[in-house]
Design a protein around this ligand. Structure first.
Ligand code: SF4
Ligand code: SF4
Ligand code: FES
Length: 336
């Protein structure tokens, strides 16, 4: 079966084959990534072939200059993560026939990550974030003796199986919308790892971890776009782990930050009026007495005004709002 592959090439020294296309830039927020030049190849492979089979066939039999990273070819090592048709995937797990659109499949290194050459991207930012969450256990006292072991209930470890399945491929981070606009965000991969250690009953650093993850660039910077849940090839669902960390952080009293103020403002608005009053959301999230923070939000307010998207100053009351208040009473917690 014949497949057509369009490969995004990047050469740090600027040398390209004559058959490569003209430079193509990425749209915002990835427009800082160097433009790619695309080269089209045709390969003859069985119907069940995956994207990586095609790339290896190109490198072995057509163009030895193509740089592609892979190792296990079994969706275990995580080294072949790349963009396939504009989203992150493991090339060794992506069946070519499923990804062929309008007769071809486009592959390239993700523009959210520094590119080294062709399909190889620099994993440095991923490992930096990983290390930032201290991905190791701080042993709980008393530490068992040399011939003993920590006894942990099976259920506690079952709870962590999803996070342990992570292969650090970076698919979640490379497509994360928050990371795309804020490189300081720890991101879905590191935060899923963070829950793996924070949720482990053998760990003694729960409070310190939760304090650190609640700061700038931490658990509250995720915008719930679900991209990491959709793209993770191992079912880790990083967003779910971020939500668990948020609950742990709030339960432990780490609430004086923009993230928890935002959640509170959201809940209060719905509780009191039955609808979301976006006009009060930003000032309350920033902190009503945080004058400098309030001033920083002014450009966003002007942009909303210019675009005609400023919400109404006075909302009409919703009939039966008392029933919504009753729901809040029943759910209880701090949103009561
Ligand atoms: S859900 Fe959150 S962490 Fe996951 S990709 Fe979206 S912004 Fe990033
Ligand atoms: S959470 Fe999933 S997508 Fe993210 S690095 Fe781990 S395995 Fe890859
Ligand atoms: S080559 Fe190892 S995950 Fe694809």
């Amino acid at each position: 079966m014949q497949f057509t592959i369009e490969v995004g090439r990047y050469s740090p020294d600027g040398t390209y084959a004559d058959s490569a296309s003209r430079e193509e830039s990425f749209p915002p927020p990835w427009d800082k990534s160097p433009p790619r030049r695309y080269q089209t190849y045709t390969v003859d492979l069985p119907e069940h072939a995956v994207v990586l089979d095609a790339l290896i066939a190109i490198r072995e039999y057509q163009d030895e200059s193509l740089a592609v990273r892979c190792a296990c070819r079994s969706a275990i090592c995580g080294s072949c993560a790349m963009w396939v048709n504009g989203h992150s995937h493991l090339a060794c797990k992506s069946k070519l026939s499923d990804f062929t659109k309008n007769g071809k499949t486009r592959v390239e290194s993700p523009p959210s990550m520094p590119v080294v050459r062709d399909l190889i991207w620099d994993m440095g930012p991923l490992w930096k974030k990983h290390l930032a969450v201290k991905p190791w256990l701080e042993p709980k006292q008393p530490v068992p003796g040399p011939r003993e072991e920590y006894r942990v209930p099976n259920a506690a470890m079952d709870e962590l199986i999803q996070e342990v399945s992570c292969i650090s491929c970076g698919c979640c981070l490379m497509d994360c919308e928050s990371y795309a606009i804020n490189e300081n965000f720890l991101g879905p991969h590191a935060l899923a790892k963070a829950y793996r250690y924070t949720g482990d009953p053998r760990d003694a650093a729960t409070k310190e971890r939760l304090a650190a993850y609640s700061g700038d660039g931490g658990i509250w910077d995720c915008t719930h776009c679900y991209e990491c849940v959709t793209q993770c090839p191992k079912g880790v669902a990083p967003l779910e782990q971020i939500l668990k960390l948020r609950k742990m952080a709030v339960d432990a009293g780490f609430t004086g930050n923009a993230g928890t103020r935002h959640a509170d403002a959201f809940a209060e608005s719905v509780r009191d009026s039955g609808r979301l009053n976006e006009l009060t959301l930003m000032p309350k999230s920033t902190g009503l007495f945080n004058i400098i923070g309030q001033l920083r939000t002014l450009p966003s307010a002007f942009n909303l005004m210019r675009a005609g998207k400023l919400p109404p100053i006075i909302h009409r009351a919703i009939p039966g709002v008392q029933r919504i208040k009753t729901i809040f009473q029943r759910v209880g917690g701090r949103f009561k």
